[in-house]
Design a protein around this ligand. Sequence first.
Ligand SMILES: [Zn+2]
Length: 231
Amino acid sequence: MKKTLLMALCLCMSASVFSQKMSKDKNLLISSIEKHKEELIKISDSIWALAETAFDETESSRILADYAEKNGLTVTRGVADIPTAFTATYGSGSPVISILGEFDALPGISQKTSPIKEPFKEGAAGHGCGHNMFGTASLGSAIAIKELMDAGKITGTVKFLGTPAEEKYFAKVWMVKAGLWDDVDVNVSWHPSASIEADVQSGLSLIDFIVEFYGQSAHASMDPWNGRSAS
Ligand SMILES: [Zn+2]
């Protein structure tokens, strides 16, 4: 009994030391984001106004790549033979954490930053699902991780992947073929939405399957022993 209590106490203590360290690192990340906030918002607004569609995101890609470079990340432009695709990395060794950033717009939905339908230019392209924020916030995260590394808090590699042409053509396919994820341990992504949530969606690395029930229902996990075929 004493031994169990001691073990529980040790676990609680290490958990609280861990959470203190976690929240300290988290605060450093937050202050890094705060430091870059105004410039990041400016970048996001510029990409919104540029509204460049698939494979024509020349300026949007350049703005993001330049900001990554300015903040000390090593930028490689035109990866996978796509002029608007780029990587921005920092650090060395494992783990290698990649962060996706999209920035392409959609044709025909030009829109000012206004709550009513008000195009910049009638019939021109616009951002439909917030890729102006997607690319910018992801790069902001990569820079914040880089700054956490500089502060000596974590080690490894952060790899921002500027991924063009998501709305059309899916440039990531060529980027995967070019081996840009071969050294990656974990890939993190997000997307602007009406709600804030963390979820897992299916992908090639997540295998799912379909289960079909025939005959009398067994009420799934409630009473599986009663399930039997009607035939
Ligand atoms: Zn989208």
